[in-house]
Design a protein around this ligand. Structure first.
Ligand code: ARG
Length: 467
């Protein structure tokens, strides 16, 4: 082996340097403290790259065997916690490559032929993200299933639906639960799309212009489970769209979770008392013995700030960055890791919480009887009797004002009382003034009438394969 000319700085890239790196710079620029979690992907990528180099005559069969054995041994060491990651080697790629060279010598020093850390980090990151997409899709399915089970359990039970957090119209609890099912179903399809778009291999784009060595990008792409290869090496080297898309999908999930969390916090308050969150998911107060706090929804709501922050970090990172790779891009990993971890733990705990959630159906049903919530039904009743809607709205507004002054609800009003507002109102009005009548009249597509909700529930169960 010829004397390595990289000893001036002791770095793998040190040939043109005469001085070592300042300790402060090493500390500042290292990413090993967080990118070590990519080691399995890095090793898989290196093995595929070596196999391709060997198939194309750049490495001998013996050299390939040495590289494969060396990488497997290193992987085992890392698995067992016996591997020492060194900060002076900057990142996971250099740590593993250096260990390979130390272990097997010249064959190891040939591994980096025809690739750069720029395509290497991208291939690792994409493989990591692909796995994260799969894991989050699975967690989304568990969450969707939890909503469907709750919807099935409470089918036929009613609650107030809200706009502006004011009682608006009575709805099925199941309908409200299926609203979340829809949100998380959209998130699922976003995650599926994101995975599809990112699953093209960057390996072989090398630094940014491609390679002059006889490499075969399709070979490595297939070996690593990619659907194909990226088309343009200049784009590939600096592309982080996929990381932004993933984190934006995570953000959407966490936003949906935060809305659910907010409702759970409200509903579990004494003011609402709509739900009981199981003791397993609450904590007490260190000073107030009577307290049972909904910490889990509160934390999920709070953690949405982290995920939004991660997305902002990534977007700001890429904004205005000239092509192609810039070291700025090393800052992409921590926000992505944090977003993936936060969304995964939040989803798994919310699914568990939902399984242990009890609705106080009596209190919820009673709540539908206050607030003149069938006012729209009365207006619709008049519309069906040919009163223009705006006129009907005003008539019912007067009836509601009368209820408020007299401490009554619409169904409590006698026919004489109702007739003061419009002589078109006759006895059949009581069919629409009742809460049940109101809910079950709303059979427009996507509405809260029991038939529609049951259809939606069956469709969801079918989608999840639990019918
Ligand atoms: N640790 C680096 C990163 O995460 C790897 C790529 C370094 N490339 C370079 N040209 N310095 O981005």
């Amino acid at each position: 082996m010829t004397e390595q000319k990289n000893s001036g700085s002791g770095k793998m890239w040190g040939g043109r340097f005469s001085e070592g790196t300042a300790a402060s710079v090493e500390a500042f620029s290292a990413s090993i403290q967080y990118d070590s979690r990519l080691y399995k992907y890095d090793i898989a990528g290196s093995k595929a790259h070596a196999a391709m180099l060997s198939a194309n005559g750049v490495l001998s069969v013996e050299e390939l065997a040495e590289i494969e054995a060396g990488l497997s041994a290193i992987e085992k060491e890392i698995d067992n916690g016996d591997f020492e990651f060194r900060r002076e080697l900057e990142d996971v790629h250099m740590n593993i490559e250096k260990a390979l060279i130390e272990r097997i010598g010249p064959a190891g020093a040939k591994l980096h032929s025809g690739r750069s850390r720029n395509d290497q980090v991208a291939v690792d990151f994409k493989m990591y993200l692909r796995d994260q997409c799969d894991a989050i899709i699975e967690l989304l399915d568990a969450t969707r299933k939890a909503f469907v089970l709750v919807a099935r359990r409470y089918l036929g039970n009613l609650m107030p639906g809200y706009t502006h957090l004011q009682r608006a119209q009575p709805v099925q609890i199941a309908h409200h639960m299926l609203a979340y099912y829809e949100m998380f179903s959209r998130d699922r399809s976003r995650m599926v799309d994101c995975r599809k778009r990112l699953n093209l291999s960057p390996l072989g784009c090398a630094a940014m212009a491609g390679s002059g060595l006889p490499i075969d990008r399709v070979h490595t792409a297939e070996a690593l489970g990619f659907d194909g290869i990226t088309a343009n090496s200049i784009d590939t080297s600096g592309d982080r769209d996929y990381a932004i898309e993933f984190t934006s999908t995570c953000t959407m999930i966490q936003l949906h979770l935060s809305r659910l969390s907010e409702e759970l916090v409200l509903w579990s308050s004494q003011e609402f008392n709509f739900v009981n969150i199981s003791d397993k998911f609450c904590t007490g107060s260190s000073i107030m013995p009577q307290k049972k706090n909904p910490d889990i929804p509160e934390l999920i709501r709070g953690k949405s700030g982290r995920v939004v922050g991660s997305l902002m970090t990534l977007i700001t990172l890429v904004k205005g960055l000239p092509l192609t790779y810039n070291r700025d891009l090393q800052e992409d990993k921590e926000p992505v890791f944090d977003a993936a971890d936060t969304v995964s733990t939040s989803l798994s705990i919310i699914a568990e919480l939902l399984e242990n959630l009890d609705f106080n159906t009596k209190i919820m049903a009673t709540a539908t009887e206050g607030g003149c919530m069938t006012a729209t039904d009365l207006a619709d009743y008049l519309v069906m009797k040919n009163v223009p809607f705006r006129e009907a709205h005003a008539i019912v507004g007067n009836a509601v004002a009368y209820c408020l002054t007299n401490g009554k609800e619409l169904p409590d009003l006698s026919l004489e009382e109702l007739a003061q507002f419009s002589d078109i109102i006759v006895k059949d009005v009581y069919d629409v003034l009742s809460v049940e009548g109101s809910v079950n009249s709303r059979i427009s597509a996507g509405g809260t009438g029991i038939v529609r909700v049951e259809e939606a529930l069956v469709a969801a169960e079918k989608q999840l394969g639990i019918a």
